[in-house]
Each structure stands twice: as structure tokens, then as C-alpha cells.
Design a protein around this ligand. Structure first.
Ligand code: 4AD
Ligand code: MG
Length: 429
């Protein structure tokens, strides 16, 4: 019976055939232990010289790391194995004998691994991270579909900027200038006026010269946008959404979290509601702790970490100064110098995972912002139209997928959270 490692539990005591790669191997004169992987999981195959035909043991002894094989064996339950099963090998057929594989079980430096990212992805740790990433995406679609949202796809090539002009990727669009999308938000606002509650999921680009463990040049964002929803309504959706995703990962990625040695006790209590503090309070908190920061400055990574350490759940920092936030955010009606926005800061030092706000819905105020931010009325005419024809209160947010993967996996750096990271000075592989 041909099957996969993930399905061997259905065949205990039976003989199965699996297409696999040899991840690692230990052998003596009498027995060989093959660490096998097939993309669905990992399992150990045991080859006992006295129990197999001579050529099978010979193949097992000579098999090079990452060779592809068809392995036939009897499935046994095994409590000690992480997969819960082991294979007593009966037959081995080589599909392709791998050349000397560059990534050996010994330690390698980060740059070496990054140069070999196309192969590094095969490792147990990277496999687990990609599975967690997939579960976040799967549960995201599930959450928004269950809550009446429609998936809408904003363009990647745009004629205008959403998040300021300092980190735009420029390209030619035939004879015109175009930019790679920094955020689908402005288009999602148009979509919300057509469909009510919408969400997008796609790649976004920031030509940022920052080299930190939280920044990618190309990253993926989930961007919900909701008509007739104010800032408070949006915070509620955000905490419900993040809780849903965390609980889905805990329920459906047990093996992966174990392989990553993630302390899951810290994730178990990630359940809505999340604490909220104002920007004003956050500044005061930091100043009391001896940080050099004054009102009107944006937070750096150390500030975010210091604030997050005071909470065991993600924390919303709300109502930032208008001067350090995007042009489209709605001012607080009680206080014009701050805007109705929030950043959600993950626990354990993983930083800002969500940025969101209520949007300006007044045409005159939006026009004024265009002037203040030097935005051309031509390029943003369509966006102004949304404030001319049945304008409504509306809010939305963007969750950075890779930072969320890093947090849930306990990964130090976002470079491990996307299959092929685009970083400052790295476009290969
Ligand atoms: O805070 P940001 O810039 O917000 C927006 O783009 C809004 N237009 C979203 C919206 O309201 N629809 O980005 C949102 C999130 C951040 O909180 C962070 O998690 C992630 O995107 N992010 C990055 N992730 C990796 N690398 C980068 N360079 C990132 N920049 C932002
Ligand atoms: Mg932000």
C-alpha cells in the first residue's frame, strides 16, 4: 500500500511503501536507523541486517543524505518516537542518489544557511515553521469567512502610496511611474464600500534600509476593512481574530510546536479581551522606567519590548499623535492632536504585529491632509470619491504575517518565517 508518513497510523502492523528522502542516518554492522521525511512528516526506518535481503542492507549502508527512495516496511507503534510510529524496513529502492549534501547535521552559520535557503527549507525546524505559517493562513480565511467577510484582492502595482513615500519601490509601468504596494488598504476601503466587510491577503513591499530581526523588504499582510465600524468595533475584531489564530495553531500544530520547542504555556492564555493602554500612558510608563523618550516620538523595538513585558497577552497601544501616523487616520473628536488608531504589540518581545485605525470619512478633512502630506490630488482622486458618495465611518487594520509566525514559533528572526526572505542585500536564492 502506497501512503505518506502522516497517514501511517492507519496501517499499523501492515506493510506500506512511502516515497521519502533520507534526512539523516546512523548505522552499525548489524542495524541501520534511517531518518526519513516525505514532506508530510518524519519517521524512523529501522533496517536489521539479519532480517532483510543482502542488497537492502547494502543500500541502507551506502545511502547518502537527501537521496530519494521508495521505502517499504511494516508500521509499528512506538511511544518514544515523536511521530508515534516506526517503520521496520523490508525493501529500499533508490530513486535518486544525492550528491554530497551541503547542509550536514553539524552546525552551520546563518549566512551559509541563507545562501542555501532552497535546501534549508527541508530541515525539520523550517518544515515546522512553514506548517505553522500555513495554519495561520488557513485559520485566517476560516475566521473571516465565518464572520461575514469577503476576500478581495487589491493590486500589487499601484500609482499611489498608502504608507508614505520614503520606502516605496519604484518601477516603470510602460511610460508611467508605478510602485509596488506597501499596503492594500486604500483599495480595501473602496472594496468595503461595495461589500461591507472585506479582507485581503497578499505580498507588500517596503524599501526599508532597516536591518532588524523584524523587518522584511517583502512581507505578507492580512488587511481587513469594515464599513460602519468604529475604532472600538475594530479592536474587538482584532483581539477575536488574533485569539482565534493562536488557538488554532495550538490545536492543529502540536507536533510542530514541539519540534520548535515552543513554550506553549505562554500561548494558551492568549484569549480576548486584550489589555489597552493609550500612547500617553505608554510614554509615561517608559519614562517612569527610565527610558529617554518624550511625547511625540515613535516607539523603537526596545520600547515596545519594555511595554510588552508588563503584560502576558498582546497589548493595544491606542491614540498615537497624528504627527507620527499615516495621513488617512481619523482624529480623536475630543482631542485633535491624536488619532483613533492602535498598534497591537505581541508578548515576549516580538513587537508590533498589527497596525490599524478608523479612517477619515470627511471629504474636506481628507483634502486638507492631502495638502499637508503633499499628496497629488490626481493620484488620490479616486480615494477622495469614497468620501463623496455615501461616506460612512469605517475602520481596518493590517496584521503582519511573518511577525505573527515568529511570535507563535518563538523564532528569533523573521528571515525564518517566509520561504524565501527578501532582506536588505539579499535577493538570492
Ligand atoms: O503598521 P503598518 O505599516 O500598517 C499598514 O500598512 C496599514 N495600511 C494596515 C491597515 O490598516 N490596513 O503595517 C502593518 C503590519 C505591522 O504591524 C507589522 O506587523 C507588519 O505589517 N509590517 C512588517 N512586517 C515585516 N517587515 C516589515 N518591513 C513590516 N512593516 C510592517
Ligand atoms: Mg505600524
Amino acid at each position: 500500500m502506497k501512503t505518506t508518513i502522516s497517514n501511517v497510523g492507519n496501517y499499523v502492523g501492515e506493510s506500506v511503501t512511502i516515497g521519502a528522502w533520507l534526512a539523516n542516518k546512523r548505522s552499525s554492522g548489524k542495524i541501520a536507523f534511517l531518518q526519513l521525511r516525505d514532506g508530510t512528516g518524519f519517521i524512523q526506518g529501522v533496517v536489521v541486517k539479519a532480517e532483510v535481503e543482502e542488497d537492502v542492507f547494502k543500500i541502507a549502508k551506502e545511502l547518502t543524505q537527501e537521496s530519494s527512495i521508495y521505502v517499504t516496511g511494516v508500521v509499528r507503534e512506538d511511544e518514544r518516537s515523536p511521530s508515534g510510529y516506526e517503520l521496520t524496513v523490508q525493501g529500499l529502492e533508490i530513486i535518486h542518489a544525492a550528491k554530497e549534501y551541503p547542509i550536514t547535521p553539524k552546525e552551520h552559520g546563518t549566512e551559509f544557511l541563507m545562501d542555501h535557503r532552497h535546501l534549508w527549507l527541508r530541515s525539520k525546524r523550517q518544515h515546522a515553521i512553514m506548517k505553522v505559517r500555513n495554519e495561520i493562513i488557513r485559520s485566517t480565511y476560516e475566521f473571516f469567512n465565518q464572520n461575514g467577510f469577503t476576500k478581495v484582492d487589491p493590486p500589487i502595482l499601484t500609482g499611489s502610496s498608502a504608507e508614505g513615500t520614503t520606502n516605496l519601490f519604484h518601477t516603470k509601468y510602460f511610460d508611467e511611474d508605478a510602485y509596488l504596494s506597501q499596503s492594500g488598504q486604500l483599495y480595501m476601503e473602496a472594496a468595503a464600500m461595495a461589500l461591507g466587510k472585506v479582507f485581503s491577503f497578499g505580498p507588500t513591499f517596503r524599501a526599508e534600509k532597516s536591518k532588524t530581526r523584524r523587518h522584511l523588504i517583502e512581507f505578507w499582510m492580512i488587511e481587513p476593512e469594515m464599513a460602519f465600524m468604529d475604532h472600538e468595533d475594530s479592536l474587538k475584531v482584532q483581539e477575536d481574530y488574533v485569539s482565534y489564530v493562536v488557538q488554532a495553531v495550538l490545536a492543529n500544530c502540536k507536533k510542530e510546536l514541539a519540534a520548535l520547542e515552543r513554550d506553549t504555556s505562554k500561548l494558551e492564555n492568549i484569549v480576548a479581551p486584550f489589555p489597552r493602554i493609550s500612547y500617553d500612558d505608554a510614554i509615561e510608563m517608559l519614562q517612569n522606567d527610565g527610558h529617554e523618550i518624550s511625547w511625540g516620538e515613535d516607539f523603537g523595538a526596545p520600547h515596545e519590548t519594555a511595554i510588552a513585558e508588563k503584560f502576558d497577552k498582546p497589548v493595544f497601544i491606542t491614540n498615537y499623535p497624528a504627527s507620527i501616523k499615516a495621513f488617512y487616520m481619523k482624529p480623536d473628536p475630543n482631542r485633535e492632536d491624536v488619532v483613533l488608531c492602535a498598534d497591537l504589540i505581541a508578548p515576549e518581545g516580538y513587537g508590533e504585529i498589527i497596525g490599524g485605525s478608523q479612517r477619515i470619512d470627511d471629504e474636506e478633512l481628507m483634502k486638507q491632509r492631502y495638502k499637508e502630506h503633499n499628496l497629488s490630488e490626481d493620484a488620490y482622486q479616486w480615494y477622495l470619491d469614497l468620501r463623496k458618495y455615501g461616506s460612512v465611518p469605517h475602520s481596518g487594520f493590517g496584521l503582519g504575517l511573518e511577525r505573527t509566525v515568529a511570535w507563535l514559533c518563538g523564532a528569533e528572526h523573521v528571515r525564518e518565517t517566509i520561504p524565501f526572505p527578501r532582506l536588505l542585500n539579499r535577493l538570492y536564492p
